[in-house]
Structure formats: C-alpha cells, structure tokens
Design a protein. Structure first.
Length: 254
C-alpha cells in the first residue's frame, strides 16, 4: 500500500442497502469514484433504476425489501452471481418514526427494529462467509448521533441505532481475526429530503439546529460517502470497532 492507493477501492464490490437516495446514494457515488463496483438495493424499482443510471456502468441494483424473509440471501446471491465476490457491506436501509414512548405502538417499534437491526444482522450473517472465503471484508453500519445523546420522540429509532453499536463492537472482536473489519458512521444533520421536510416548515427550529453545529451548516450526503470510503479502504486497515461521528462537531457542542 502506498499513499497513492491507500484510499482506493479498486476491484472491490460493495453492497449498499437503501442506496437509491440520500445517504445511501452519496455512499454509492463516493465508492464508485474510489474505484469500487456497487450494488444498491431498495424497494422502488424506478428510484433504483434512475440512481444506477446516474452512477454509471459500475453500478447495478436489485429490488428487495431487506426486512423480508429470505431477502438477505437473495440479495447476496445476486451480488455473487454478478460479481463473484462481496468485499464491502453497507447497512444503510432505515426508517424513522417520530413518536414518544406513549404514542409508539408495539408493532411500530418492532417494524423500526426489524428494518435497522434484524435486517442488518441477517445481511451481515450472509456476507461474513463470503468475506471469509476471500480473506478480507468490511461491514459498515450507518448509525446516528442518537447512539450518543437522547433526542425526544426518537424512542424506536434511538433503540435501533444504539443496537448498531453493540453489533459493531461484538462483530469487530469476533471477525477481526478473520480480517473482516466492522465499523459504523454516526451522521449528524445531513441535507436530505427527510431533513428538509422536517425543518423547512419550522424556521426557528432549523436555526436552533444550525446554531449547534460549530461550522454553522448542514452536511451533505457526500460527507458521509467520503467517510465510508475511508473506513472501507486500505488506509483504515487498523480501524476496527469504531463508531465515527460525521457531524461537523455538533456532538461536542450540544
């Protein structure tokens, strides 16, 4: 490894759940720019088709609801049939539920956990044997600042994202001897349709949020993408079991 290729992902294959929009698309774009081939998943074929076209010839997609029974194996099989290997798994697919503990129904709580935790667990379980056979791999979870701080009306989401930290640490210890690293990114306030819908109707809240960020601005999906490339690259070969905040310093200023 030299400085010129330390941050490259040439000849690597990445599977990114929820890769058609938002952070997932930003990660896919950055990984392709770094040399990887990418498979994105999601539930809406038209969205994935458009995203893959924008990403170029090293991108493909598979329509899948990763919470479904057997979906994890089907998705990994698709990747193997197309590329014969899988070196990077990005567990990004997620849903958000803005309710407090009394308002949250048990089935709503279970649905959030199933998307963030159960689906990520099953996909990781399918990916590990493939990575082991090829001698290396990187599993990346997209966590949240709610892993570190309490935010009202995020009961289910916070519980799910906090579960990621336990998975990351346990898997990193278990899989490290097999040259499979496991890390997470905890994004801060990143420009997205979801964030805009939440804040555009409440200018005062938007200003309060921005004022908590030392740089005074929201991040971009590309910021998460660049962090994902770093953590998946040879440059991060000695980085394992880490939950990396990418938040413009918001966490230390709250």
């Amino acid at each position: 490894m030299s400085g010129s290729n330390a941050f490259r992902l040439d000849d690597q294959v990445a599977l990114i759940t929820g890769g058609g929009t938002g952070l997932g698309f930003g990660i896919a774009r950055a990984m392709i720019d770094a040399g990887a081939s990418v498979v994105i998943t999601g539930r809406r074929e038209s969205v994935l088709q458009e995203a893959a076209a924008r990403l170029g010839e090293r991108a493909s997609f598979v329509v899948a609801d990763v919470t479904g029974s057997g979906a994890a194996r089907e998705v990994v099989d698709y990747v193997l049939n197309r590329h014969r290997t899988l070196s990077i798994l990005v567990n990004n697919a997620g849903v958000h539920l803005k309710k407090n503990i009394e308002e949250t129904a048990e089935d709503e709580f279970a649905a959030v956990m199933n998307t963030h935790v159960n689906a990520s667990f099953r996909l990781s379980q399918e990916a590990v044997p493939v990575m082991r056979r090829h001698g290396f791999g990187h599993i990346l979870f997209i966590a949240s600042l709610t892993c570190f701080i309490g935010i009202p009306k995020t009961i289910a989401y916070s519980a799910a994202k906090s579960a990621h930290t336990g998975l990351v640490r346990s898997m990193a210890v278990e899989l490290g001897p097999q040259h499979i690293r496991v890390n997470a990114i905890a994004p801060g306030w990143i420009q997205s349709d979801m964030l805009n819908q939440s804040l555009d109707a409440d200018p005062e809240r938007k200003q309060r949020v921005v004022s908590r960020i030392p740089g005074g601005e929201f991040g971009a999906p590309a910021d998460i993408g660049y962090a994902a490339v770093y953590l998946s690259s040879p440059a991060a070969r000695y980085v394992n079991g880490v939950v990396l905040p990418v938040d413009g310093g918001a966490l230390i200023s709250l």
